[in-house]
Design a protein around this ligand. Structure first.
Ligand code: PEP
Ligand code: MG
Length: 843
């Protein structure tokens, strides 16, 4: 038998009672603060987490002792008090103590109808939430009459084989027990853990004397808040209803008043200006003294206000930023605290359009949330159709088994992208994030039938080209139809908060940006430069991909050089534009990286098109494509291996970079380009490439008579490069760790295929998280530490950075700060999140 939970385990809330949010929960602590502020709060008893835990385990609560704290035996309410209100909890129970005698007494004071309404609403919630009877049997909308009340009591008795409990003591004990147990239920547990609650999160309970908003003079019940919960702007909102039972849900059109003057109807401000002024004063006191925007529940009884409760206003991410900045600008909290109050990931919600939280979702399926934001459009199944759709000004959603460079133009044309295969670093995911395009990958419940232009989802649901779907890249859901959205908002408060963060942080934040459009996004989000420009993405434009094909099909170095001569001005123009946009900020350009094979079509129709364009027999095209095929292209002829064996490509790129440097420096800020060599595993590779690039620089200087500087660096993305970093740094001004490939090669885990089993691996606890998503600090991290340390041994002033997809992740930023890295580089849309995370980590 468990020991009784006595009043010793509880606490009457007074100014001096020993109370803490960690012991009694946030609501109880907040009520004590209100008492200390001299707010008129009804008498309240708080039960600690420990007391509630014991009640849930079977210890009987000493309800009689609690009731003795309320000598006049009023009606009572019980409300949950967890550490964080966002973690949910059981709903409030009101009107405890209601019974036949109380009903009779209230009939005499407030009238039969209201008294009966109170009793019926208590019987109904007790039956459903405490006795766990079927809600259908207890109709909340039944008219309050003695007959209906008796019918309800009879149903209760028939179902429970016992009359409705009449003793307040029994009622209270049962309510406490049921609320304590509800917190322990599996679904409540899972729900709050999904919101970040620890497994052992506790629940406190507060038992409060109810003040009825019913009586003589102005009496009523209301809820007031002092900001707009959507935007964070300061304005009074809320509802008030005269002659209302406190705690009732206040809806439009049932006699509620607006609080402030409102063209839509009467307001409390007009009817009772003094009461309204008092409420506004309460709000201001909360703001100044509790340093928060609070929602206040109040009861008016004969023109006297009682404050039942105040909780932090639940708010959108946009409002959270505005409130933090406003409080700091008004000197109520320091700037550092404003920075700490905003959850960095919430910022990414502000950068993209989102599905409206209140909208109904008809979920077709769920994949991996690869790029945040939401967009809707007609389904298309090929890049060609996506472009055709965009040409007709019809927004479309591109669905592919997986994307390849051939799909780039289609991705540009689409509003959102879905792939059946792939993980967080797959092609679609990387491009989607770079473009700020909502993207869901690894939606492996979908079966695509390209011939019929449709996909089949779970439960046999079929969707055909032209059907409208919404892609929610923030949650990974694909939704049927066009759902309501809220627009992105980069308002002044957002910019202010980030400028405060920038003044504090101690690590650089650059962006991964491949094209002039990306570079512009990087500037808009105030990146301190470009940390990775994947130049191959510049070859996917339609005018270039054909030239790439010609180059790949050239048999001789001379033939290749002739095609590269035609690519040169295009690359030069891109680089000049990127340098111009970045206005002297560092730009790190990675030389060509992917296997050439990626540029070639895989199916017969594409090969036939290619034969047409190149004016070659189909057989020759097929043969060349077969020659270039590799068993394991990610570990094959790519990166510096191409640079060493087909040097013309890197030479053309180096020339384009140098000529663009001269051009951009003539009209704008001086440019010192950074040139980065990918997939290095041996020092000799760097030496060879360096020799050729130096020669190109000398030739350009001689031809133009212009001088320029440049920095040559190495991308460390093979384990060997990390181990040999001391050697390699002899030839590298900077080392930038490509954690995508480094993760792939450290684990021996394919970036493109791991999605198939990743969720099983995470579920079974083999990996704590997808290592392509969250940097593996133990294994890959050790290689990074070794690489950084040895790199510094080889060259003490070497610049250190990471530029994989992990770059914007909080734990990776923390790791980089701790290990003395100079900057992280991430997709432009992640830059604001990284700026805020870095400042929080500094604090
Ligand atoms: C990397 O490998 O971490 C990287 C940034 O390069 P990519 O993703 O282009 O292979
Ligand atoms: Mg790489």
């Amino acid at each position: 038998m468990q020991k009784v939970v006595t009043l010793k385990d509880m606490c009457v809330i007074t100014r001096t009672a020993p109370m803490a949010a960690e012991v009694h929960g946030g609501r109880a602590k907040c009520l004590q603060r209100l008492v200390r502020l001299d707010f008129p709060v009804p008498k309240t008893v708080a039960l600690s987490f420990d007391a509630v835990r014991r009640i849930a385990a079977g210890a009987p609560p000493d309800a009689a002792a609690i009731l003795r704290e309320f000598p006049t035996l009023p009606l009572l309410s019980v409300r949950p008090s967890s550490l964080n209100p966002d973690w949910g909890g059981p709903g409030a129970m009101l009107n405890i103590g209601m019974n036949a005698a109380k009903h009779e007494e209230l009939c005499a004071t407030i009238g039969e109808e209201l008294a009966t309404r109170l009793y019926m609403s208590f019987v109904q919630s007790y039956a459903i939430h405490v006795a766990r009877l079927d809600a259908d049997e207890f109709d909340a909308s039944a008219h309050p009459s003695i007959d209906n009340l008796n019918a309800m009591l009879s149903v209760y008795e028939a179902e429970m084989d016992a009359p409705f409990p009449q003793e307040a003591e029994t009622q209270l004990a049962e309510v406490l027990r049921s609320m304590a147990r509800a917190w322990d239920g599996t679904s409540a547990r899972l729900l709050r853990q999904a919101k970040g609650a620890p497994a052992d999160a506790g629940l406190g309970l507060v038992v409060q004397e109810m003040a009825l908003g019913i009586g003589p003079g102005e009496s009523g019940y209301g809820v007031i808040q002092f900001i707009d919960a959507g935007t964070g702007q300061r304005r009074v909102t809320g509802r008030y209803k005269a002659q209302a039972i406190s705690g009732e849900h206040l809806r439009d059109q049932d006699g509620t008043l607006y609080l402030t003057r409102d063209p839509r109807g009467a307001s409390l401000e007009e009817r009772c200006p003094d009461l309204f002024a008092q409420l506004v004063a309460f709000g201001e006191t909360c703001r100044q003294r509790l340093r928060e925007e609070m929602e206040v529940k109040f009861v008016v009884h004969d023109c006297e206000i009682m404050v039942l409760d105040a909780i932090r206003v639940q708010r959108s991410s946009r409002a959270a930023v505005r409130v933090a900045v406003d409080l700091a600008e008004d000197g109520i909290i320091p700037r550092e605290e404003a920075i700490m109050r905003v959850e960095p990931d919430a910022l990414s919600e502000l950068l993209h359009r989102q599905v409206d939280a209140s909208t109904e979702r008809d979920v077709i399926t769920k994949g991996i949330a690869a790029s945040p934001g939401a967009a809707a459009g007609r389904l298309v199944f090929s890049a060609y159709e996506a472009q055709a759709s965009a040409a007709r000004n019809e927004p479309c959603v591109l669905v592919r088994r997986e994307t390849t460079p051939e799909d780039i133009r289609g991705m540009h044309a689409a509003e959102a992208v879905v792939t059946v295969r792939g993980g967080i670093t797959s092609h679609a995911a990387v491009i989607g994030r770079g473009l700020g395009l909502p993207c869901v990958v690894g939606a492996d419940d979908l079966v695509i039938d390209e011939r019929k232009r449709q996909f089949k989802g779970p439960r046999g649901r079929i969707f055909t080209e032209g059907d409208i779907v919404t892609v929610d890249g923030t949650t990974g859901q694909i939704l049927n139809g066009q759902v309501r959205m809220v627009e992105a908002a980069l308002d002044e408060a957002f910019q202010t908060l980030l400028s405060w963060a920038d003044a504090l942080r101690d690590i650089g934040i650059r962006a991964n940006a491949d094209t002039p459009a990306d570079a512009q996004s990087a500037r808009n989000f105030m990146a301190q430069g470009i940390g990775l420009c994947r130049t191959e993405h510049m070859f996917f434009e339609s005018d270039r991909v054909n030239l790439m094909h010609e180059m790949i099909f050239s048999d001789t170095p001379e033939g290749r050089a002739a095609v590269l001569d035609r690519l040169l001005p295009l690359q030069r123009a891109d680089f000049t534009e990127v340098f111009r946009i970045m206005e002297g900020l560092p730009v790190c350009i990675r030389l060509f990286d992917p296997p050439l094979h990626e540029f070639l079509p895989s199916g017969k129709p594409g090969m036939r098109d290619l034969a047409d364009v190149l004016d070659l027999p189909l057989s020759q095209v097929v043969e060349r494509i077969e020659q270039l095929e590799e068993y394991n292209p990610m570990l094959g002829m790519r990166g510096v291996r191409l640079g060493v064996t087909v040097p013309e490509i890197y030479e053309m790129q180096a020339r384009a970079i140098f000529e663009a440097t001269i051009a951009a420096s003539q009209t704008g800020a001086p440019v010192v380009p950074e040139i980065m060599i990918p997939l290095v595993s041996a020092m000799r590779e760097v030496e060879l490439v360096q020799g050729r690039i130096d020669a190109v620089a000398a030739a350009v200087r001689a031809e133009t008579g212009a001088d320029f500087d440049y920095r040559l660096g190495v991308m460390v993305e093979t384990p060997r490069a990390a181990l040999r970093a001391a050697d390699i740094a002899q030839h590298a001004a900077f080392l930038s760790f490509g954690t995508n490939d480094l993760t792939q090669m450290t684990y021996g885990l394919s970036r493109d295929d791991a999605g198939r089993f990743m969720s099983d691996y995470v579920r079974l606890g083999v990996y704590e998280e997808d290592p392509f998503h969250r940097l593996d600090l133990d294994g890959v991290g050790e290689l990074l530490r070794i690489g950084a340390e040895r790199g510094r041994q080889g060259r003490p002033d070497v610049t250190l950075a990471i530029c994989g997809e992990h770059g914007g992740d909080r734990s990776a930023i923390d790791f980089c700060r701790t290990n003395g890295f100079d900057y992280v580089s991430c997709s432009p849309f992640r830059v604001p999140v990284a700026r805020l995370s870095a400042a929080q980590l500094f604090l």
